[in-house]
Structures are given as C-alpha cells and as structure tokens.
Design a protein around this ligand. Structure first.
Ligand code: NAD
Ligand code: DAU
Length: 339
C-alpha cells in the first residue's frame, strides 16, 4: 500500500508516520509538507532512515506540484493532516486558513479524482460541531450533531469536510472523515495549551490561562488518534464520518494545575488573561460509532498520558528549545503582550 500523508512534519501527522512505519512495515509512506512554522524536519529524522519513507516539500494548495506527486508516486490512500491548526492564529489572520484548509483540500480531492485512489481520508476536528454548554455534562457530539462553527479555523475545517462529502456524493470518490477531540503527546508545537504550559513552567514563566480557565476540552493521547485513523483507512466504511475521543474531559485549569503538580512548580505561576474571542466552552466526543463498528478503544488515560508527555518534553528539550528560539518568540510577544 502506498500512503500519502500530508502535513506529516507537524504534530499528529508525524506521530502517524511513525505509527504506520512501525505497524505496517511493508507499506510505503510519502509525506507531503510545506514546512510552515508548524512543520519541523527534525521531527522526521528517524523516519528518514527508513527506505519505506519519502519526504517531499510542497504545498497542498499547489495544484501542479500535487498532480506531479500523484503521477510519480501512484498513491493508494491519502491521509490529509495538512492544515493551519491554531485557533488563535485564525482569529488574527483567517486568510491562510482558507487557502490551506479549504483550497488545499479541494486540490487533493481533484488529484484523487484525476489519478484514482482507494481512499481519501480527511483528518477533521470536533470543533466543526461548535461547543456544548458547561452545565450539560449529559451532552456529547455524535456524528449527526449539526455543523455549527465558532472560529475561522473551525469554519475552514467544516468547509473542507463539506467538500469531501460533496466529492463522495457527486463524483463517487471513496472517502472517510474523522473528527477528533484535542490531542496531546510528543512533538506538539509549543503554542498549544499543554506544551506551552510545560515549556513555560519549566522556565518559571507565567502561565496564561484564558478567562477563568473553566472551558473544557476532551483530551486524547496522540497515539490513540493514530490507531483510530489507521483502522478507519483500512476498515472504515466508504463515505462515513467517525468521531474519535476517549472521555477524558478536563477544565483548562485542571490541566494546568496537573502540569504544575507533576513538575513540582507553584500554582502562583498561573496568570488569568483576556479570554479568546468566541471561545468554545466545552468539547466532548461520543465515540460509540467507531467502537461498535471498528472495535476501536483508546489505551491511554489522561493521568498517564500527561505524565508520559511531560517526560517526553523533559527528555527532548533540544526539540522544543530550538523552536522557542526562533520566530516563536515574536509570536508570544504579539499574542500575549497586551492580554
Ligand atoms: P500542526 O499545526 O502541528 O501541523 C500541521 C502540518 O501541516 C505542519 O507540518 C505544516 O507544515 C503542514 N502544512 C501547513 N500548511 C500546509 C500546506 N499548505 N501544504 C502542506 N503542508 C502544510 O497540526 P496538528 O495539530 O498536527 O493537526 C493535524 C491535523 O489534525 C489538522 O488537520 C487539524 O485540523 C487536525 N486536528 C488536530 C487536533 C489537535 O488537537 N491538534 C485535533 C483534531 C484534529
Ligand atoms: O478539539 C480539537 C482542536 O483542538 C483542534 O482542531 C485544533 O487544531 C487544536 O489546536 C485544538 O484546539 P483548541 O483551541 O482547543 O487548543 P489550544 O491548545 O489552543 O487550547 C486549548 C484550551 O486552552 C482552549 O480552551 C484555550 C485554552 N488556552 C490556550 C492557550 C494557547 C489557554 O487558556 N491559554 C493559552 O495560552
């Protein structure tokens, strides 16, 4: 099987590359990644040693480059992780989100039509469902929950999902879509809550919690997301959407306090800052469908996963310190300077 993994130099894509190389050693993985601020070739250094892995630098919105790649590589399965993924950046500058997340997806879909594939898989997000009220813990997102987005990021991801479904209905393209909750684990870019708090706590810097820290996210260890996608692309039903999540809901404040406790740092580092505009209150996935139809179950509980993740950041300081030294310093000033 020849699998094209787009966005494989980012957080989840790189974890997926390693998952596939380990669990399906006979498959060939081609990674297409534009290496934006979020893509990091160091992350793929070990994969580069494997003869069944090939890296190609390129933009999914570049039609000519994408068509050339499909022509050369004879792809069987596409797994599209490539995206602008950070909600706060989408609030600052929506346009690149539209280009990569919508136009990029449409180019990949056109390439699949033109060259033929066995399956196109769209890596989507629970954010397409909007949010749930904090006081209704009985409510969960199912695959039939209406699309109702809040941010430019989630709107662009929802638009991409609709396009993928349209290509299935109109052109009969074989597709699947997965909508996952918040991931955490190795190689998570230090602009997102968990790695940001770990790196700042280690430097005894203030930890910027939005609003009162009451918003709830449903955390999934990244390897569990990878195992779910792996099952969907091999056994999932054509045309279907699968929600992925493991019932690990935590308030942001609980997450930050857990990190401080594991690192033995004081809670006085917590600083409450101006809330994110349009901030979604609660995400919570109902994963019944993927469990019943494909037998998927997550294996890592939050309390174990967060310890493993913190250990990874302690053991891999050069990976994230190098990122913090670069452009990201300017990003922190810009985003949090006046908050
Ligand atoms: P990330 O920001 O860490 O990585 C994105 C990768 O895509 C980077 O390597 C980047 O260089 C690449 N990329 C960006 N624009 C590109 C373009 N135009 N062409 C080619 N490559 C491009 O993102 P992530 O957190 O790993 O998320 C991966 C996917 O999973 C995204 O589609 C995201 O919407 C989805 N998702 C993420 C989460 C989460 O918690 N992080 C949860 C559910 C779904
Ligand atoms: O639910 C899936 C989504 O999870 C993915 O689709 C997105 O790509 C991914 O970035 C993530 O989105 P969130 O907005 O939930 O993740 P983030 O890590 O940015 O924020 C998590 C929560 O923490 C959110 O409620 C905002 C809050 N937060 C975040 C940052 C960066 C803070 O309180 N302070 C911060 O500095």
């Amino acid at each position: 099987m020849r699998i094209l993994v787009t966005g494989g130099a980012g957080f989840i894509g790189s974890n997926f590359v390693y998952y596939e190389l380990k669990n399906h050693p006979d498959d060939k993985i081609v990674c297409l990644d534009a290496l934006t601020y979020a893509g990091n070739l160091h992350t793929l250094e070990s994969a580069m040693q494997n003869d069944n892995f090939k890296f190609v630098k390129g933009d999914i919105a570049d039609r000519e480059a994408v068509y050339n790649l499909f022509e050369q590589e004879k792809i069987d399965i596409v797994v599209n992780f490539a995206a602008e993924s950070h909600v706060d950046r989408s609030v600052e500058n929506p346009e690149i989100f539209l280009k990569t997340n919508i136009i990029g997806t449409s180019v990949l879909l056109d390439a699949c039509r033109k060259y033929g594939i066995r399956r196109y898989h769209q890596v989507s997000t629970d954010e397409v469902y909007g949010d749930l009220p904090l006081d209704r813990t009985d409510l969960f997102f199912t695959e039939t929950t209406p699309i109702h987005t809040s941010s430019p990021y989630s709107s662009s991801k929802a638009a991409a999902d609709l396009l993928v479904q349209a290509y299935h209905r109109t052109y009969g393209l074989p597709i699947t879509i997965s909508r996952c909750s918040n991931n955490y684990g190795p190689y998570h870019f230090p602009e997102k809550l968990i790695p940001l708090m770990i790196s700042r706590a280690l430097a005894d810097e203030s930890l910027p919690v939005y609003g009162k820290g009451e918003n709830v996210r449903d955390w999934l260890y990244v390897e569990d997301h990878c195992s779910a996608i792996d099952l969907i692309i091999r056994k999932g039903k054509d045309g279907e959407v699968y929600n992925i999540g493991g019932h690990n809901e935590r308030t942001n404040l609980e997450v930050v306090k857990t990190i401080l406790k594991v690192l033995q740092k004081p809670e006085s580092l917590i600083t409450y800052v101006t809330d994110r505009p349009g901030h979604d209150l609660r995400y919570a996935i109902d994963p019944t469908k993927i469990h019943n139809e494909l037998g998927w179950l997550p294996t890592t509980k939050f309390d174990d996963g967060i310890k493993k993740t913190i250990k990874w950041y302690l053991d891999n300081k050069p990976w994230w310190e190098e990122i913090l030294k670069g452009d990201y310093q300017n990003y922190y000033e810009k985003m949090y300077g006046n908050r």
